[in-house]
Design a protein around this ligand. Structure first.
Ligand code: NAP
Ligand code: ZN
Length: 358
């Protein structure tokens, strides 16, 4: 099937046409390279659980799923062409694209480097539209992307690391931003709930920030990995006694869990003035007991990815600390298998699609 757009740069993506459909090749066109645009040859694209939620229409009606859908917002590639006014990139540079590709540029969010909170709504990398609100966006499970240089990130990493850098564009920034905002560092006891794509980045980054890190996991088999990734402790959340014994232990808890769970139980693990930040987005609302917050003066907060300046800061932080994601690289014909394994918590710890050989 071909998208309605017939002008521009021909490319190939991998699309799904409905919540139960299989992925298949999808030919469409990227826009022509404008004066401030860059054309990126995509090398790798990570598979985020948000791709699965949206491809399978799990977030409807709040976030409608638009088909055909080419997911993917953990993109790393090589600059193939630059517009006449581009100053940040040169042909041959490595570059990244995260969860959004444009925003209004004028509101309080955009003026403060928080384009993800654009009051007009940022243009999401896929399952959305450009700021004209009509042109559909297609994501990184594709060979090329055309993007304004202001929304692309500079990637300073050797080519051999790029598959592991791709997941930083969503999983990395989504964990870095709340860890930084809430002052995680030496002397802080930090819990990371869910050891998947986001969780394993949260562990690496919180440990690099100097915190004492505990993984809260439903998968006891992941304990050795958790410690290898930098965690100091591991708590099996299926062990009710261990949970009771750990009550009040943490200053900060980062909840990356993708499925239903009891927020009250996780809040009980926080000590006085403790903060729990929710980044995972289960499909159903979850009942919250007010007592879970008022006892202990606790804070329950949320966080959405990060803006362009902070995403660049995170990439530079990870480069300085030699942090990349642990990845399993696959071809596009294994997207369904990767989705199923991710949903079963059987991901070590991010699937990444090799787009250059697709
Ligand atoms: P993922 O790789 O699938 O990891 C999720 C982890 O949650 C699993 O590996 C598992 O870890 C744990 N888990 C799964 N089911 C559970 C259950 N029923 N009870 C307790 N724990 C469970 O997913 P991801 O890509 O890291 O994404 C995580 C969530 O964050 C998704 O909902 C995604 O949409 C969302 N997200 C939000 C943002 C944002 O900006 N806020 C950005 C990206 C993604 P264990 O095996 O260790 O238990
Ligand atoms: Zn994501």
């Amino acid at each position: 099937m071909t998208a309605p757009e017939t002008t521009g740069i021909a490319t190939r993506g991998f699309a799904t046409h409905g919540p139960d459909a299989r992925f298949g090749p999808f030919d469409f066109n990227r826009r022509e390279v404008g004066p401030t645009d860059v054309l990126i040859d995509i090398l790798y694209c990570g598979i985020c659980h948000s791709d699965i939620h949206q491809a399978r229409a799990e977030w409807e009606p709040l976030i409608p799923s638009i088909y055909p859908m080419v997911p993917g917002h953990e993109i790393v590639g090589r600059i193939a062409r630059v517009g006449a006014e581009v100053s940040k990139f040169r042909e041959g540079d490595f570059a990244g694209i995260g969860c959004f590709v444009d925003s209004c540029g004028e509101c309080v969010g955009c003026n403060n480097g928080l384009e993800q909170y654009c009051l007009k709504g940022s243009a999401m990398t896929y399952n959305g539209t450009e700021m004209d609100r009509t042109t559909p966006t297609y994501g990184g499970y594709s060979k090329h992307y055309v993007i304004d240089e202001d929304y692309a990130l500079k990637v300073n990493a050797p080519e051999s690391d790029l598959a592991g850098v791709a997941p930083l564009l969503c999983a990395g920034i989504t964990t870095y931003s709340p860890l930084k905002r809430w002052g995680v560092g030496p002397g802080k006891k930090v819990a990371v709930a869910g050891l998947g794509g986001l969780g394993h980045m949260g562990v690496k980054i919180a440990a690099a920030m100097g915190a004492e890190v505990t993984v809260l996991s439903t998968s006891p088999a992941k304990e050795a990995d958790a410690r290898r990734l930098g965690a100091h402790n591991f708590l099996n959340t299926k062990d009710a006694e261990a949970i009771t014994a750990a009550a009040g232990s943490f200053d900060f808890l980062l909840d990356t869990i993708s499925a239903q769970h009891d927020y009250n139980a996780y809040l009980s693990l926080l000590g006085l003035n403790g903060v729990m930040v929710v980044v995972g987005v289960p499909t159903e609302p979850i009942p919250l007991n007010a007592f879970s917050l008022i006892g202990g003066n606790k804070v329950l907060a949320g966080s959405l990815i990060g803006g362009i300046p902070e995403t660049q800061e995170m990439l530079d932080f990870c480069a300085r600390h030699n942090i990349t994601a642990d990845v399993e690289v696959i071809r596009p014909d294994r997207i369904e298998e990767a989705y199923d394994r991710t949903v079963k918590s059987d991901v070590r710890y991010r699937f990444v699609i090799d787009m250059q050989n697709a």
